[in-house]
Design a protein around this ligand. Structure first.
Ligand code: F6P
Length: 545
């Protein structure tokens, strides 16, 4: 089933050719209430999507497409635990991890909430014990430093949340994230730490990931320079689906926090993969994060499509990717504590929707997931915004703006917000040749000098953006925000008829790395590769000291 053949898609094709030059500036003049007509709220989160190249008719057509691909049915299939991850034969239940209403969710005849609640209780108990000092290091000292060892979904999500919730951090607890197998990551982290007061959380859904196991082994070697083998239990805990591998590694399975195969790595920060979050900000704040995620889940499941924030954002993305031909999408948080938010979103979106095969295994003839990128504002303004304003590509932007800062003492917030709003206004309005001319004349330019400068100062404008505004970055709000993007990704995957919950595309590199490693570790005859790879292996052997 390809969406391309649907009458709703074809209608959008025709609509696009009528509308591709639609001027947002003119639309704002024609409809003085445009901002009200193209905005919506969910909890404390407000979305203004009026600065998009859409009319009421566009939105109606996009919503018809959503109905044609049976989006409401797919949403319900996810929430009721059906096997929508068809290539792995799994349910997709990150929503169960934050199901604060605790209604039963059945998988294979079992209510998964029993397991979810059991592990949440274990996380609370453990984090409380670490904070109270009931759980001590081997020499009787309190734990001060938490080191999460994991990669991808077992790193990025919790790392992003811990950064974002730094104002809620428990006094006396520091958190560190080691992910890269480059020894620099582990070394530069451990050189500052004391093994007597350090707790390692080895986080790996599969417990087979080369980078994580290598880092964990080296961390244990570092620890054993100070502690004894029997002290490892006080300093290493694991989060995984794989009790056997955890035990083989040497971590007591009593100190293991279970996750399940129905949690995708990039959707797992709500599970025990979030243990470093609970350790850093306390379990109550972790629970507030879950509350926020649950609030967005309720919104997504119950709101009509036209009032549904993830649906609207997802459909707008489809409009640009499949009709305007955009290839990337920038996410720019005007909040320094959300520095890692774009990276987490990058994994979430690109690992989910970077697919060229539909659910039925056929190769696609239309575009799917965009490249997601971004950094915090205002820094981005002084780096890549030039291209977004005047470059030859159309790049939709999401501006993420908290109204109030956790650090009000310096009174910078109005400047920060003014910059964010100015960027979206400038992208939409642009600056015409006439406006530039008037400006240059008022500055005293004339003649050839004015004519030479004028074209460089014109901004094409008509560049789309969404603005997400909220009162303050609380745990609840952050939960809502992350869940919003998770569901947006699902909406787009549903329109494109792809499985957003597998990630076969990461496997080939892993396989080849395993084959190359022995060639780098010995001087034996090199196994069969292409000539470029063989040549590079020879160079590495020659250069190695
Ligand atoms: O290689 C990608 C990936 O499979 C991600 O999906 C996952 O989050 C990450 O690796 C880490 O996997 P694990 O938690 O099993 O170590």
């Amino acid at each position: 089933m390809t969406p391309l053949n649907m009458p709703e898609w074809q209608s959008l094709v025709r609509h696009y050719s009528d509308l591709k030059y639609l001027s947002m500036r003119e639309q704002f003049v024609l409809d003085s209430d445009r901002a009200e007509h193209f905005s919506l709220k969910s909890g404390d989160l407000f979305l203004d999507y009026s600065k998009n190249r859409v009319t009421k008719e566009t939105m109606e057509k996009l919503l018809s497409l959503a109905k044609a691909v049976e989006l409401p049915n797919w949403i319900e299939r996810m929430f009721t635990g059906q096997e929508i991850n068809n290539t792995e034969g799994r349910a997709v239940l990150h929503i169960a991890l934050r199901n604060r209403s605790n209604t039963p969710i059945m998988v294979d005849g079992k209510d998964v909430m029993l397991d979810v609640n059991r592990v949440l209780a274990q996380m609370k108990d453990f984090s409380d014990k670490v904070h109270s000092g009931e759980w001590l290091g081997f020499s009787g000292k309190k734990i001060v430093d938490i080191v999460n060892i994991g990669i991808g979904g077992s790193d990025l999500g919790p790392a992003m949340i811990c950064d974002a919730l730094e104002p809620y951090g428990i006094e006396g607890i520091n958190v560190h994230f080691v992910s890269n197998v480059d020894g620099t990551d582990l070394s530069t982290t451990l050189e500052k730490l004391n093994p007597e007061t350090t707790l390692f959380v080895v986080a790996s859904k599969t417990f087979t990931t080369q980078e994580t196991l290598t880092n964990a082994q080296s961390a244990r070697t570092w620890f054993l320079k100070a502690g004894q083998q029997h002290d490892v239990a006080k300093h290493f805990v694991a989060v995984s689906t794989n009790a056997k591998a955890v035990s083989e590694f040497g971590i007591d399975t009593n100190n293991m926090f279970e996750i399940w195969d129905w949690v995708g790595g990039r959707y797992s920060l709500w599970s025990a993969i979030g243990l470093p979050i609970a350790l850093y900000v306390g379990f109550d704040n972790f629970a507030r994060l879950l509350d926020g995620g649950h609030e967005m889940d309720n919104h997504f499941r119950t709101q009509p499509l036209e009032q549904n924030m993830p649906v609207i954002m997802g459909l707008l993305g489809v409009w640009y990717i499949n009709f305007f031909g955009t290839q990337t999408h920038a996410i720019v948080p005007y909040d320094h504590s959300l520095s890692r938010f774009p990276s987490h979103m990058q994994q979430l979106d690109m690992e989910s929707n970077g697919k060229v095969t539909n659910r039925q295994g056929q190769r696609l003839s239309y575009k799917t997931g965009p490249v997601i990128w971004g950094t915090p504002g205002t820094n981005g303004q002084h780096a890549y915004f030039q291209l977004i304003h005047q470059g030859t590509q159309l790049i939709p932007v999401d501006f993420v703006l908290p109204v109030n800062s956790h650090y009000p003492e310096y009174d910078h917030q109005s400047i920060l917000l003014a910059n964010g709003l100015a960027q979206s206004e400038a992208l939409m309005k642009g600056k015409t040749a006439e406006e530039v001319r008037a400006e240059l004349v008022s500055e005293g330019f004339e003649g050839k000098e004015l004519e030479a400068l004028l074209p460089h100062k014109v901004f094409p404008g008509n560049r789309p953006s969404n603005t997400l505004i909220f009162p303050k970055l609380t745990p609840e709000l952050l939960g809502q925000l992350v869940a919003l993007y998770e569901h947006k990704v699902f909406v787009q995957g549903t329109v494109w008829n792809i499985n957003s919950f597998d990630q076969w595309g990461v496997e080939l590199g892993k396989q080849l790395a395993k084959a190359i490693l022995p060639d780098l570790q010995s001087n034996d005859e090199i196994s069969v590769h292409d000539s470029s790879t063989t040549h590079l292996i020879k160079m590495i052997r020659a250069l190695r000291n």
